[in-house]
Write a protein that binds this ligand. Structure first.
Ligand code: ZN
Ligand code: ZN
Length: 362
């Protein structure tokens, strides 16, 4: 909006008329009105009031806002309240959403979306879920295709423990029961039992496969490295990076890479959704690094020596947006910050959610 413009727009979400003004370099939210005529009346009133000196305008605006009925969605201060294991410390707004920084009973601090606080009765930093899964022990027996023997595995502590191969089904069942019992011991006692038990089993003559020089999608195997039970391969990615990959993972993944494949995929989605040139835009947004010619110390705020004022702008999707010229550097910084929240907030939120899906280790 241009300086001192008053706008009425239809807000889909609330199905009401929204009246806003752009004045004094910021946007003022006047109110939502079910009736268009009422909105127009208010608009006329605001236009009159804007002719007043700034402080008189401010006090009218505040009084007017106070007089409006509070919407049920009004901000709730939950500071210090307890939800499950979490105690709320302070809130933060990202885009339209409200997040709460909370302290968990276990001592960890987490940020959680407001609606998440009441969604589960045992809400925690994740420690509740971890403790719960740690206690779940499931053993299973399957037939190994190669050896035609019974393979005993136990799932606990969020991973699968391969106990061993047994020719006799009854023996396998007994071992499974034993392992399930042992898993109820403290973790270190379980670990030492598990290692001792594995040692006691006769070693199977596993044939070493030489994959040197073989190509798995983007990765080329260079040299092997044995660690414990597993064979790892030093691999060179097409992009030039070298990484270590477990041999079975190398064969399992249809798109093996150092992670550049996922990064490329993420960049592709970002490009489609937000028109970015590459994935680096995200680190750019987050970075506090200043351009070498920046003298304001604030990103996006530069000094116009010709008119002796501060210029604020923001770049998004490769396009610069002019935010205004200010005599006071604080005003320029403030508008830049507001623009960042408005523009980058929803993008960063989306990016964080997708990163979790795409950054799974290979
Ligand atoms: Zn916790
Ligand atoms: Zn790569």
């Amino acid at each position: 909006m241009k300086p001192n413009t008053i706008g009425i727009s239809w807000q889909k979400r609330s199905r009401k008329w929204l009246v806003r003004i752009w004045a004094y370099n910021k946007s003022w939210w006047v109110g939502l009105f079910a009736d268009r005529e009422e909105a127009q009346k208010i608009k006329k009133l605001v236009k009159e009031k804007l002719k007043l000196p700034h402080d008189e305008w401010l006090s009218w605006y505040n009084a007017y806002r106070e007089s409006l009925p509070k919407s049920p969605k009004a901000f709730q201060d939950l500071t210090g309240q307890k939800f499950g294991r979490l105690t709320t410390l302070r809130w933060e707004k990202v885009g339209r959403r409200t997040y709460w920084h909370c302290k968990c009973d276990c001592g960890k601090e987490v940020r959680i979306i407001k609606e998440g606080l009441t969604r589960r009765p045992h809400v925690s930093c994740g420690c509740y879920q971890r403790e719960k899964t740690a206690l779940t022990v499931t053993g299973f027996i399957t037939q190994d295709k190669n050896s035609r023997k019974w393979l005993v595995r136990v799932w606990a502590h969020k991973k699968t423990w391969r106990i061993g191969l047994f020719a006799d089904m009854e023996e396998a069942q007994e071992i499974k029961r034993l392992a399930e019992e042992k898993l109820k011991l403290p973790h270190d006692e379980w670990l030492s039992w598990f290692n001792a038990f594995k040692e006691s089993l006769p070693k199977s003559p596993k044939v070493f496969q030489d994959l040197t020089g073989q190509k798995f999608d983007r990765l080329t195997a260079l040299r092997p490295k044995r660690t414990g039970r597993h064979t790892y391969w030093h691999c060179k990615c097409d992009c030039g990076k070298e990484i270590m990959v477990r041999q079975d993972m190398l064969k399992k993944k249809p798109q093996a890479s150092c992670g550049c494949h996922q990064r490329a995929e993420l960049a592709r989605i970002a490009r489609i959704r937000f028109g970015f040139i590459d994935g680096t835009c995200v680190s750019n947004i987050r970075s506090d690094k200043l351009r070498s010619d920046n003298i304001s110390g604030i990103r996006g705020v530069s000094w116009y020596s010709r008119i002796q004022k501060w210029n604020a702008k923001i770049t998004f999707k490769g396009k610069p947006y002019h935010l205004g010229i200010f005599a006071d550097i604080q005003d320029a910084a403030q508008i830049r910050k507001k623009a960042e929240e408005k523009i980058f907030g929803p993008f960063l939120e989306w990016y964080e959610n997708h990163k979790k899906q795409l950054d799974k280790p290979e």
